[in-house]
Design a protein around this ligand. Structure first.
Ligand code: ADP
Length: 153
């Protein structure tokens, strides 16, 4: 059963690695940013997903498919803000720095998304509670970890 023990070994490795150890920088825009400017940001930063904040707190996520949907729907991308097309809180799947990479990967698969914002609970200047975005973990980070583990054995 060497196949099974290989998988168990891998599962154990990734359940002992924290999200904070493999995170990358989040790309964040504010809710009033135009769809056009957000698309430019997507290209310039070379990401598939942008996180949206409102007064310092995570308020949305906007991905390639959201942009395509708005384009084929005839949105005036210069006038409409990302806030109109984004997926909104509380429907955002998040992870925290101490969560294991395995648990983050399970969330990515179960919710069928490409990436998760890594967050910290905070209160903003107005005393509102929410999440501060401190990083990003994506399918690419997890694939890179997979390759790194393979190369170090
Ligand atoms: P793509 O559009 O490139 O296929 P995703 O599969 O990640 O990217 O996005 C699919 C949908 O899920 C989009 O509507 C997007 O706004 C939403 N989405 C992306 N990431 C998250 C997340 N972490 N939590 C909730 N919804 C998300």
């Amino acid at each position: 059963y060497s196949g099974k023990s290989t998988i168990n070994y891998f599962a154990e490795r990734i359940s002992n690695i924290k999200v904070s150890e493999v995170k990358s920088l989040p790309v964040v825009v504010s809710e009033g940013t135009s769809v056009y400017d957000a698309i430019v940001t997507l290209f310039l930063e070379d990401v598939g997903t942008i996180f949206v904040t409102t007064e310092g707190l995570l308020s949305g996520v906007v991905s390639r498919k959201d942009f395509l949907k708005s384009a084929i729907g005839g949105t005036d991308i210069n006038k409409i803000p990302v806030g109109v097309i984004m997926t909104r809180m509380p429907n955002i799947v998040v992870t925290e720095p101490d969560e294991s990479v395995l648990d983050a990967a399970i969330k990515i698969i179960e919710h069928q998304v490409d990436s998760l914002p890594i967050v910290e609970k905070i209160k903003n200047e107005n005393g509102e509670e929410g999440y501060k975005v401190i990083g990003r973990i994506s399918k690419t980070n997890i694939t890179r970890l997979f390759v790194d583990i393979a190369n170090t054995e």
